[in-house]
Write a protein that binds this ligand. Structure first.
Ligand code: MCA
Ligand code: AMP
Length: 508
């Protein structure tokens, strides 16, 4: 019989080897868990999932706070052969409803305070609802405590699904990116090697665990390395700086680094024991890169990836880390810069990044046509990111062909917000754009035209939106204009708007 391709089977061998070594320390709750504990606790949570009817291939939808128990649940889902489907905790009612109707999970795990809402959302479905608090409470935690710690890891093929992560890809409505065990395993193994992980590395973990960056990149690599993880339930700049002297690796979105530089007392002293600072999920400004190097002596290693593909390129660990570039295609991953027809453009010319390799997802959940549109005949996935490649293969991202805003590492799809804005009587039509923001990289703003009512009230509309959608999506400003600039085809000229409103977040 062939080897079990379940990612957990690989992790399990490391956990067994690491034994009583500390896996995660949560200073907030004054708890540490060892690798042996991770094996036992994931066994208990896997048994709990099975007792709730979860079988291999079933989806487990998770919208919980970041906690040690959320890690047990992630590992248990893999272990049971089910498909982990995490949701940003900022998502609200209507947003969540869509994910449940599309993913059709066997079980939803939510925060205790959201139980009623989820019970209502799932009442006509074959979906159970259990809860997990951020302090070891909740019905799932209680159930897990009664379970056996032993669990035979489910056999999975490399192309079986391990995760379902929603993203809007290049256009339109949220789609579930199907990530296989092979996708996750290959990316983790590659990055572990490429970034020079060594025994004794300590990862400072302050990212959310509902996206690829904090979940798969950070956790899977640390687990492969049998590293100690210093666990922060959210990014708090003072806490991160205070814990740096005990860590050797930090992974963050650019906002992390901008905020660290904003602290007057931050510098070489706290970073003396650090081996590596990694940035990604959004463009890191060259200015941030150079200021960080000046203050700390460390050159941040920037890499580039996407939910559908995991990590695609990285600046080298040993070679030159050049600000404003995302480095080279990772080993085993093919990247080309192509024109609109998928033909490779000459080196130095701008085109769309296309990628092929063991990291590339299996397609969008139940959307074969959409999947087909995003792949070339020869298997390359079209990312929608614009870039140029130098003669030596180094890649510099220059923009996006997709209408996407990345604010503090979170993706915002203008269309989704424009549709809601257009419903207000005081708004005729709207254009949502991202403009430079000193903290979030890009800040979301809307430019709107007058509607049928003249009672336009920016603060009231923003307040109303905050009750309807995740906070990070709500425009931080809404500007009224007589008309939106359009081209001859009638298409709104967002580049023109971005230029016009580029100083919206500039200080006095
Ligand atoms: C919070 N707010 C935001 C954001 N986060 N607004 C815009 N963009 C955001 N990212 C809102 C809050 O609701 C609040 O609103 C106000 O802004 C200030 O919040 P604050 O407390 O300052 O924010 P925070 O809680 O400190 O969060 C900022 C953060 C966080 C730490 C940068 O957004 C974060 O952890 N981002 C990481 C995202 C991430 O992991 N991305 C990876 C995606 P109010 O004041 O009105 O209440 S995976 C991926 O992209 C690919 C695969 C890749 O390459 O990695
Ligand atoms: P997501 O859909 O959340 O996985 O976000 C993926 C997108 O984030 C990519 O398609 C890029 O547009 C962007 N991204 C990730 N890393 C970088 C980076 N280092 N520089 C610029 N953009 C990035």
């Amino acid at each position: 019989m062939s080897e079990n391709q379940n990612l957990f089977a690989l992790l399990e061998s490391r956990f067994a080897e690491a034994g009583e070594q500390i896996a995660i320390e949560d200073d907030n709750r004054k708890i540490t868990v060892s690798y042996a504990d991770l094996l036992e606790r994931s066994g208990q949570y896997a048994n709990a999932l099975v007792s709730l009817g979860v079988a291999p291939g079933d989806r487990v939808t998770v919208q919980t706070d970041k906690s040690l128990e959320s890690v047990f649940l992630y590992l248990a889902t893999l272990r049971a052969g089910a498909v982990y489907q995490p949701l940003n905790t900022a998502y609200m009612g209507a947003e969540v409803e869509y994910f449940i109707s599309d993913a059709e999970p066997k079980v939803v795990v939510c925060r205790p305070q959201d139980e009623e809402q989820f019970a209502a959302l799932t009442k006509d479905r074959d979906t159970g609802v259990v809860t997990l608090g951020n302090d070891g409470t909740g019905s799932l935690a209680a159930l897990a405590q009664t379970q056996d710690t032993a669990f035979a890891t489910a056999r999975r093929a490399g192309d079986d699904l391990a995760g379902l992560l929603y993203t809007s890809g290049t256009t339109g409505r949220s789609k579930g990116a199907m990530l296989t065990h092979d996708n996750l395993t290959s990316n983790a193994v590659t990055l572990h090697r490429y970034w020079g992980f060594v025994p004794g590395d300590v990862l400072l973990h302050a990212l959310p665990v509902f996206h690829v960056h904090g979940l798969f990149v950070a956790l899977n690599i640390a687990f492969l390395n049998m590293s100690r993880i210093i666990w922060h339930d959210r990014f708090d700049v003072a806490r991160v700086i205070a814990d740096l002297p005990r860590a050797s690796v930090l992974m963050g979105v650019p906002t992390f680094y901008v905020r660290m530089l904003g602290q007057a007392d931050f510098g070489r002293e706290q970073c003396a024991g650090m081996r590596l600072f990694i940035a990604g999920s959004a463009p890191l400004l060259a200015e941030t890169h150079s200021q960080f190097a000046e203050r700390t002596g460390h050159r941040i290693l920037e890499r580039y990836g996407m939910t559908e593909t995991g990590m695609i390129t990285s600046n080298p660990y040993d070679g030159e880390r050049i600000a404003g570039t995302v480095g080279y295609a990772l080993p085993g991953i093919h990247v080309r810069i192509a024109d609109d027809d998928g033909n490779e453009v000459p080196r130095g010319e701008v085109g769309v990044i296309e990628v092929k390799g063991p990291n590339v997802f299996a397609g969008y959940w139940r959307m074969p046509e959409k999947t087909a549109e995003e792949f070339r005949q020869d298997g390359y996935f079209i990312t929608g990111d614009m870039a140029q490649m130098a003669d030596d293969g180094r890649i510099t991202i220059s923009g996006r062909s997709k209408d996407l805003i990345i604010s503090g590492g979170f993706n915002v799809y203008p269309k989704e917000i424009e549709l809601v804005l257009d419903e207000y009587d005081a708004i005729g039509e709207s254009a949502v754009i991202g403009v430079p923001h000193p903290d979030f990289g890009e800040g979301v703003i809307a430019v709107v035209t007058p509607g049928t009512s003249d009672a336009f009230d920016e603060a009231a509309i923003c307040g109303d939106l905050a009750g309807r959608m995740a906070k990070f999506k709500v425009p931080k400003r809404i500007f009224m204009a007589d008309a939106l600039p359009r081209n001859a085809m009638g298409k709104v000229q967002k580049a023109e708007l971005r230029a016009q409103y580029q100083d919206s977040f500039k200080g006095p």
